[in-house]
Design a protein around this ligand. Sequence first.
Ligand SMILES: [Zn+2]
Length: 521
Amino acid sequence: MYTKTRFLNRITLACLILIIAVSCIIASQSDSKTALTADVEAALARISADSLRGHLSFIASDLLEGRDTPSPGLDIAAEYIAAQFRRAGLEPAGDEGFFQTANWGVSERDAKGFDLKFKAAQETISIDKDRVSVSIDKALNLSGTPLFKIATEDAAALDGLKPEQVEGKAVVTEMSDLRRASSAGRRAGNQFLSKINSFKPALILSIDRSGATGSGPGPVRLIDPENRSARGPRANFPLVTVHDSRAAKMYDAMKAGPSDATVSLRLDAPAEKPIKLRNVLGVLRGSDPSLKDTYILVTAHYDHIGKRPGGEGDQIFNGANDDGSGTVSVIELATALATLKERPKRSIVFMTVFGEEKGLLGSRYYGRHPVFPIEKTVANINLEQVGRTDSTEGPQVANATFTGFDYSDVPLIFKAAGEMTGVTVYKHERNSDAFFGRSDNQALADQGVPAHTLCVAYDYPDYHGAGDHWDKIDYSNLERVNRMIALGLVMIANNTEEPKWNEEHPRAARYVKAWKEQRGK
Ligand SMILES: [Zn+2]
């Protein structure tokens, strides 16, 4: 009897455990399933490959000339994005409709006074203004200044160089466009230039055979009035790059070291003029009386690197995947979620930012001038390179990854959304942490907002190349990834618990600190 009773008790206990376990599983499933109501499902179904393709074929068209910051192409893109937000029915959230305006300056030189001549042996050649790129933002006036040749790869000559050999002279060397060099090449090039520059030459002339045209003598340097000391990396170097085959021939004929050849140059001082740079943002108001004053920020950068001198062929860097794909996803997500009959509890802010390629300028501007209180912004999902599946690491179909995967619980929410929409959201072991600071989420993370970049392919053929065209995007995959993102956004928006930084993770410590400071904790 005793034994039997104990046995029965054991069975009861086992059953009880089983019932609890099963009901837990059902509860967690229905928890996720409740996110996917018929209303949400209908909104997700509106996200379409054709719509994404339509938007991107415009944003990444040649007309917009690679959306450099600043450029008319960038302004056209901003106007287009604002029009789409308007069409979706978002509430404008800028200072001027959908635009948050940064009143900056730009320093430009009038190219009219430009004059560059070389004199070697009996020959004088005059270089056209379209065949130079100028880094220095001061006036220069040289007449018959002697040239001193030193090759970048001539380490011995550089080591043995004495300041008096080049001070006040024009150093001539050969170097291809550092903007298109590998990071190691750029580092080596900058080291070489810094060393030469420390000897106070009057001018550094760099021969570049990789292109036949340059950016001209009127370099565009952005001026942030709140941070006037920040300049381009070589704005203080008297550097002029020459893309001209006659100059290259003359360089080849010169011996290393001092020479009889001379250079004359006139560069006027640049003048500063005002410019408007714009983030584009709209909000889908939440429905919950208390949660609607909290915000989820969805971002992407709509700028790219513009045009580059490249000689033959395509010179427009269209940036379809980087980051046209993120930009059109922001549009598509806004359009789809705005059709929800029952608005999500929290508000969702859709924003595209300028100047990412010039150093996170637009997102940092927003971080300093947040339209919605930072302490009420519960998460930032930044979208980068979400359209190409032909990663250099192999096909990335139905896959997406987050930077800083373990820094907060945001990625896990999207992992759950991915399970319901057929997208594997995973941690990229090598790049997850390494790429955290490489995009606009960093600006928001620095303010304490749990902020990550969602990416499909970290590296792909045409990355920062002229071939990053809209017809190379995998649109059916982009549709699927967008549905996963839309569902993840709804899940965060409807959850009364807000996402949290991982306080155990050492790399998240500075963000946890900023988060606590923002909230006065
Ligand atoms: Zn990018």
